[in-house]
Write a protein that binds this ligand. Sequence first.
Ligand SMILES: *[C@@H]1O[C@H](CO)[C@@H](O)[C@H](O)[C@H]1NC(C)=O
Ligand SMILES: *[C@@H]1O[C@H](CO)[C@@H](O)[C@H](O)[C@H]1NC(C)=O
Length: 159
Amino acid sequence: MYPAQNVTKVLLVLMLCMARSLVTARSLAAYLSINEFCVHVVNGFSNLNETLNAHCRSKGVDFGLRYIPVQGEFNWSFHIKYFLDKTKFSCHMWWSGGEKYLDVFWVDDRFLSLYCAGNNCYWMSRDDGIYLFDYRYKEYIFQYNWDAWHGEHLEKKMS
Ligand SMILES: *[C@@H]1O[C@H](CO)[C@@H](O)[C@H](O)[C@H]1NC(C)=O
Ligand SMILES: *[C@@H]1O[C@H](CO)[C@@H](O)[C@H](O)[C@H]1NC(C)=O
């Protein structure tokens, strides 16, 4: 290999490293400066009579049962401290077509930048599953199928 090629390779690697640390510095700044988030759980079922039931909580907060009408939503706002914040919210959602236990908020670079841009994270129930708004494509993207409803009224323990 010619030395010139080596130099080019080294330069490329250096530029990649610099680009990466720039991205990291930018998201770090975002975490430090803008730290209030809002999670939205939206009922997007096609049948206007279909209620979405949601029980959302974190380790310290329990929002209780929420009955969300079609085209309505349940939302809540909270602050996270820094990028090492351990805040996590989970929900049990169900309707006549099934149920799902899922995490709806967690502190992770990828999750926050793709799905909580503008500090709003939008989840939506649809007939075929649960969707999450993706700010890259500016549309809701499928995430989970509904699990078969087990008819259990006891809440499972959430981590
Ligand atoms: C919604 O419920 C009403 C009354 O129960 C019923 O008349 C109507 O057909 C239902 N609509 C749909 C779209 O299922
Ligand atoms: C939160 O949900 C309520 C309905 O429950 C709605 O009126 C309000 O506009 C929502 N807030 C935001 C910020 O979207």
